[in-house]
Design a protein around this ligand. Structure first.
Ligand code: PMP
Length: 314
């Protein structure tokens, strides 16, 4: 995967600091124990200038992650809304990725990290296709990983926390070492869960199927978008328990995520999906999704927030 493309400025608690100056102490609680909640948001180039997709929904999820981990910050969704717009403008970015982070900084020695400050940052940088060139067009090769997602009531999988991505890293490494682009995991009950940083969809006999939120899955905003667009297109939808073997009998499979957008899966465990080419339901939803995020289709749901010149929110 491509390295981060550096931008000039990062926002930290009311001011812009130089990219190079966004440093935290080695012994910050976030570094020692993984207490850092974050979001991944995309800003797209639209006919009316850059616009951020589903910004309020991402900031609500960030707020929810803070609540789950008891991270108290004055930088709530309303204030970060303006910050996210401002960071794009300040860096003179157009299409980019926006990364708000709320983390426990330096102070406490132990796990009861109440003595550590809570710090808020928002970074942004240019970013293209996530799963490699051609992934959106041709699809990716996926496998079922030997690593399971965490059981409900172990790590709260509905929170988007840095520490949870240790599991995703193990999944990803295993998949890539074995020649696959992406991994799909089952949960502790053996039923299908999600990918490393994306949600899973299947199509069978024209019905769009996705695993239900069972405590092993992040409630994806792209997945919600796809379910909404599918209903608009009169595609029947089923949110349900999904046994692993349905992967091998599906007509179409795809992954969704802010970074992955709508990425077709062309093979799973080396078995071609359908005829190995992107199927009509996946292609139709992918086209509608990309047209929506890029402002080329009507924004019925108010999902696009334009980026216009913003003062630094204080
Ligand atoms: N699952 C996981 C584990 C993720 O990291 C992501 C990416 N945030 C998703 C699903 C997809 O979520 P979204 O569509 O909101 O980006």
């Amino acid at each position: 995967m491509a390295p981060i493309t550096k931008a000039d400025w990062i926002w930290k608690e009311g001011e812009f600091i130089r990219w190079e100056d966004a440093q935290i102490h080695l012994l910050s609680t976030a570094v020692q124990f993984g207490t850092s909640v974050f979001e991944g948001i995309r800003c797209y180039e639209t006919p009316d200038g850059p616009a951020i997709f589903r910004l309020r929904d991402h900031l609500r999820r960030l707020h929810d992650s803070c609540r789950i981990y008891r991270l108290e910050t004055p930088w709530g969704p309303d204030r970060l809304h303006d910050v996210c717009r401002a960071i794009v403008g300040k860096n003179q970015l157009n299409a980019c990725y926006i990364r708000p982070m709320i983390l426990r900084g330096y102070g406490a020695a132990g796990l009861d990290a109440i003595g550590s400050s809570v710090e808020a940052y928002v970074a942004a940088w240019p970013w293209g296709t996530y799963l490699g060139a051609g992934a959106l067009e041709n699809g990716v090769d996926a496998c079922v990983t030997s690593w399971q997602r965490a059981a409900p009531n172990t790590l709260p999988m509905m929170a988007k926390t840095a520490g949870q991505y240790l599991n995703s890293q193990l999944m990803k490494w295993e998949a890539q070492r074995n020649g696959f682009h992406e991994a799909i995991a089952v949960g502790p009950g053996g039923l299908l869960s999600e990918g490393t940083g994306n949600n899973l969809f299947l199509v069978r006999n024209g019905v769009l199927i996705t695993p239900e939120l069972d405590g092993t899955i992040l409630a994806g905003i792209t997945a919600d978008t796809i379910l909404t667009l599918a209903r608009d297109l009169d595609i029947p939808v089923s949110v349900q328990q999904v046994p692993r073997e349905m992967l091998y009998t599906a007509d179409e499979l795809f992954l969704t995520g802010t970074a992955a957008e709508v990425t077709p899966i062309r093979s799973v465990d080396r078995l071609p999906v359908g005829d190995g080419k992107t199927g009509p339901v996946t292609r139709g939803l992918q086209q509608r999704y990309l047209a929506t995020v890029k402002g080329q289709a009507p924004d019925h749901y108010g999902w696009l927030t334009p980026v216009s010149a913003q003062p630094v929110p204080a």
